[in-house]
Design a protein around this ligand. Structure first.
Ligand code: NAI
Ligand code: XMP
Ligand code: K
Length: 453
């Protein structure tokens, strides 16, 4: 492409305008490879590789054991939220890491009555270290309807049933899972910056957390810098992700303090009211581009956090320099998100709430606020609901296929290649006017059905 067509990102993002994903559009590049050849493997942080660039947000309506097992089995990762007691959070991490199956069943396995009173003895059990194919083969070979999943310590941790096998088989084939050096699923977890969080950190690391996210809307604080220094000194072997940041100045401080990854986004989340309440933040496209262009020189991967509604947003975030995207609302309506489905106006929905909503704050993150001299609580998020999306094991593979098609259109065969095109200014983009955005969407139809896959 002629270099004088469109704008380079460097030029576009230096004009004093805060842009978000929908404001910008990439100009197509040259295709000389099939979409299937696009390599989406990446890193969550310096030492945590992933095979897909997807991260589930540390929110109590998104990331618990079922999400963590499913995301790791897809090659991504979930960050287990901290809106609960440290012991409970650590046991969620343990539960996800104790298996190699892509799900945590909802069958209650704890009961006041001895199990033998209401269940037949299982003819065979499956080892908790079995992956899906091994467990499915056991059920098929032995003609079993179910088998308990038994840990190395002889504890029954779950059940696998022939129905689970049927369900998982109806989804796209599982790719390369995220496994740590211990051969177990990669699971991350979040902490805060209070004195108590040091104890939480210790318990999470004992539970085997592969990376720790320091969860704050404004990471550039003396509290976070102190926590980074403490964590890096006490547990140097575990990757530490700082944030959130949206400027180079914030990133500089956290990188200097030693973080292995950065989480970028302030006010961009679907449930966020931070920009409204505090007047601080940044358009997400600008934030990702600016922080990533600084962090790359320090070998610090960037997580583009918030504002992802569809695959095109993921392509934009990654092409603007992010190594992964972190998602809340995109994953919240899934089978794997915590909570039960409800019906609202005839739609099947799941609750999704901001961690800075009054409801979430009074549930657990309250400690943050109760300790403050100023005890007036002001929400920076809302409580809402999102539509049932089915299993992440189904819609994430389709979403990744769409992302590969986007990369192919750009002429980028991998994340590294997209980042190279960006830095070489071969990647060209423009701002879309309001009319161009309308044109880029579905328009002029009396009615339509949108079925993506
Ligand atoms: N990405 C985003 O745009 C936003 C995200 N959130 C989410 O909401 C949740 C809460 O975020 P925040 O309110 O930023 O939590 P936070 O824990 O970072 O801050 C809450 C308050 O506690 C203070 N604080 C923190 N550590 C302290 C210490 N050691 N001593 C004294 N004061 C201390 C902070 O300065 C702040 O006033 C998080 O899950 C966050 O991800 C909230 C707002 C915006
Ligand atoms: O202003 C905020 N108030 C909140 O209560 C809140 N809770 C979460 N978050 C942030 O939003 C991200 C998820 O955003 P999405 O739903 O758009 O994926 C998350 O990953 C967070 O960065 C919040 N931001
Ligand atoms: K918002």
């Amino acid at each position: 492409m002629a270099a004088d067509d469109g704008f380079s990102a460097a030029r576009l993002f230096s004009q004093g305008v805060s842009y978000t994903y929908d404001d910008v559009i990439f100009l197509p590049g040259f295709i000389d490879f099939p979409a299937d050849a696009v390599d989406l493997s990446t890193r969550l942080s310096r030492r945590v590789p992933l095979s897909i660039p997807c991260v589930a947000s540390p929110m109590d309506t998104v990331s618990e054991a079922a999400m963590a097992a499913a995301m790791a089995s897809l090659g991504g990762v979930a960050v287990v939220h901290s809106n609960t007691e440290p012991r409970a959070q650590a046991s969620i991490v343990r539960a996800a890491k104790s298996r190699r199956l892509p799900f945590v069943s909802s069958v209650p396995i704890f009961s006041p009555a001895p199990v033998s009173e209401y269940m037949r003895p299982a003819p065979r059990s499956a080892s908790a270290s079995f992956d899906f194919e091994q467990a499915a083969a056991l059920l098929a070979d032995e003609g079993l309807d179910y088998a308990p999943l038994v840990s190395e310590e002889g504890e029954v941790i779950d059940l696998i049933t022939s129905k689970d096998v049927e369900r998982i088989r109806s989804y796209p084939k599982l790719g390369k899972p995220s496994l740590g050096a211990d051969g177990k699923f990669v699971v991350a977890a979040s902490i805060g910056t209070r004195e108590d969080d040091k104890r939480r950190l210790e318990q999470l690391i004992q539970a085997g957390a592969n990376a720790i996210v320091i969860d704050s809307s404004q990471g550039n604080s003396t509290y976070q810098l102190d926590m980074i220094k403490y964590a890096k000194k006490t547990f140097p072997e575990v990757d530490l992700i700082g944030g959130n940041v949206v400027t180079i100045g914030q990133a500089q401080n956290l990188i200097a303090a030693g973080v292995d990854g950065l989480r970028v986004g302030m006010g961009s989340g679907s449930i966020c009211t931070t920009q409204e309440v505090c007047a601080v933040g940044r358009g997400q496209a600008t934030a990702v581009y600016k922080v990533a262009s600084y962090a790359k020189d320090h070998n610090v991967p960037v997580i583009a956090d918030g504002g992802i509604s569809y695959s095109g947003h993921i392509v934009k975030a990654l092409s603007l320099g992010a190594s992964t995207v972190m998602m809340g609302s995109f994953l919240a309506g899934s089978h794997e998100a915590p909570g039960a489905y409800e019906y609202k106006d005839g739609h099947r929905v799941k609750k999704y709430r901001g961690m800075g909503s009054l409801e979430a704050m009074t549930k657990g993150s309250d400690a943050r606020y109760l300790g403050d001299t100023l005890k007036l609580k002001v929400a920076q998020g809302v409580v809402g609901a999102v539509a049932d999306k089915g299993s992440v094991l189904r819609f994430i593979p389709y979403t990744m296929q769409a992302v590969k098609q986007g990369f192919q259109d750009l002429g980028a065969s991998s994340l590294q290649s997209a980042h190279d095109l960006l830095r070489a200014e071969t990647l060209r983009l423009e701002v879309r006017t309001g009319a161009a955005q309308v044109e880029g969407g579905i328009h002029g139809l009396v009615s339509y059905e949108k079925k993506s896959f």
